[in-house]
Design a binder for this molecule. Structure first.
Ligand code: NI
Length: 154
């Protein structure tokens, strides 16, 4: 450690232990303290795994920006008693049948349904599907999580 900068080793883990690469990172002591507090709250056992996830997240965001094929999940909560809502949501999903891989419907209680839609395609199309579902009157909750197909992420 010198000045307010702390140096620590990062280990990048690939598929086998033999492909590990170690490198050092310098950052402000306070930033490292905040990072340690943050990763502790996220249940990371060490900094290396937290850094690997940060790198992956950035690579996935880069995939998203380039418009390459991604995977994603859309979560919906709605009251199936609402007039014609189920029919509208089904119509929308049929319009996007070429990107929807599967959907799971869970009957939460007497009124509320919980639906998980898995999709794979261009980010803009997945976002469009999510927007259409979300803006349908009667939908109580709609969240879209963009993931990666994993092909280009180690
Ligand atoms: Ni239901």
């Amino acid at each position: 450690m010198f000045g307010s900068v702390t140096i620590f080793k990062i280990v990048t883990l690939r598929r086998s232990m033999s492909s590990l690469t170690r490198f050092g990172i310098s950052l402000e002591k306070e930033l490292l303290k905040q990072f340690d507090t943050h990763i502790k709250s996220k249940n990371y056992k060490n900094r290396s795994e937290a850094f690997r996830d940060l790198i992956r997240e950035n690579l996935i965001k880069s995939e998203w920006m380039k418009g390459t094929i991604i995977a994603g999940a859309i979560i919906l909560v709605y009251d199936h008693h609402k007039r014609e809502l189920v029919s509208k949501l089904t119509d929308i999903q049929h319009d996007f049948h070429d990107i929807i891989i599967s959907s799971q419907h869970i009957h939460f209680d007497h009124c509320n349904c919980f639906e998980i839609i898995a999709a794979k395609g261009k980010p803009s199309i997945l976002q469009k599907l999510s927007n259409k579902l979300k803006s349908t009157k009667g939908v109580k909750f709609c969240a879209f999580t963009a993931a990666t197909t994993g092909e280009k992420i180690v």
